[in-house]
Write a protein that binds this ligand. Sequence first.
Ligand SMILES: Nc1ncnc2c1ncn2[C@@H]1O[C@H](COP(=O)(O)OP(=O)(O)OP(=O)(O)O)[C@@H](O)[C@H]1O
Ligand SMILES: [Mg+2]
Length: 310
Amino acid sequence: MHDTFTGKPTRIRGRSHPPVRDRAALQDDHERRLAALAGLGAAAEKCGLRADSDRDLVLLAEDEVSLLESAGAEWAALGDAIRVWRALLPLRRLEDFGFAADVENPLEESNALLRRVGGGVEAWAFAAEADGSVYKFYLPREEKKIGSAFGFRGGHESRLLAEAGLGTYGALLEKLLLIHALGGMATEVVAATPEGIIVAKQTLGEPLPQGDDMSTRLPEGLIEIPSRFLRANRDHPRLFFLGGRAWLVGDLHARNFVRAPEGSLHLIDLVAAPWPMEATAGDPLILDWLARVREDPRASALSSSPDDEL
Ligand SMILES: Nc1ncnc2c1ncn2[C@@H]1O[C@H](COP(=O)(O)OP(=O)(O)OP(=O)(O)O)[C@@H](O)[C@H]1O
Ligand SMILES: [Mg+2]
């Protein structure tokens, strides 16, 4: 199956859930894409190119350093890293998705191929007229930032305060991986545009009424965080282990879930960040808790007493 807009292979079509095998392949794509971005950053640094934002790396053209590739092994490696990256995230123009080229904000309105279904702070969401698949256009903000991610600072009543702020391109790719890994609507990253917009594709679902209580309907694998350890300015902050790493995920309110035709609920959006290991390294209570919930997600905050005695 090929995507209508990019011509590349796709595993997402309309409302139908991809089979388990395809979901695993999609997750693998997310992981390989993140590894390729890290590899690209490392290769660029070896050539003395320090990007002040990962946006500059994300948009490198396939032939960007071709003239320098004979200048040495580092440059040749950078050329290879760019090509690996571009194969995992092709550049496409907004026109390729049916939007007009010559207007101030092309995403403002539906076009003949894409019908607007939503739009929030981070992304403009459209459903394809052809098959209903959802395409989300994440716009760059403050030039080199995109999406949202948690940042951390020390608190009084709790050890850490997590606050959502503008994210990086890497953080957006991590967020899309986490949505997928948490059993969310199948999610694919299909393209970047020259303006720095990231285009993601998702299985279509039915939005939930705003304000529905999600506290007892969160995805499996999410671990409640004692409020003395962390508070967040987004709904239902939770700990999640993926790829040997601990993550904070939050913003798990009803509008970030949709219902599938079978009736099941699935995430479409969240806010995340890697758990700040450095900030909690000196806190034996948190370290002990992290070690125990990694083994058993239902373990309590203190090894000697259940949480309700805290
Ligand atoms: N897979 C989907 N199926 C159906 N509707 C969707 C899907 N993805 C997004 N939408 C619609 O688009 C809206 C915005 O999507 P999303 O939450 O991913 O972007 P956002 O910019 O983070 O929005 P917000 O700021 O409201 O959280 C959703 O609230 C929903 O109405
Ligand atoms: Mg949202």
